[in-house]
Design a protein. Sequence first.
Length: 153
Amino acid sequence: MEDIKYRAATLDDLETLYTFEQGIVQAERPYDVTLKPGKIHYYDLKALVKSDQAEVIVAEAQGELVGSGYVQIKDAKDYLRFDQYGHIGFIYVKPSHRRKGISQNVIGALKSWAQSKDIQELRLEVYDENEKAVAAYRKLGMVKHMVEMRVEI
């Protein structure tokens, strides 16, 4: 079995992280007709890596980055029972390293970091039609909470 190490991302990792981001965009395009064509960015990865309110985790195999994810502390709406929550995003694993539990381990590391900051709830967004991702998140104990709906007018 391959030895995978998990660590906090550094600014030196940004070039690879930008490549991962485009992998996420490419994978999600079939689920979202509202995305602009061409190269787009979902995240401010440099700011996330530098932030003390976020943790970006990378998975590394033999010196090569093979996976990623982040959790960012966000303020909750004032009507919720918690003041802050951890928003998970940027979950990516290179195709050649999938089905090895990397995303679950990345999320586990993100969960541990959030718990160390006294965060008691994690949330993420996933396209409902992305059944593989939904199933993977369910394995981690996550449940569907709300579905966003839209219509072009």
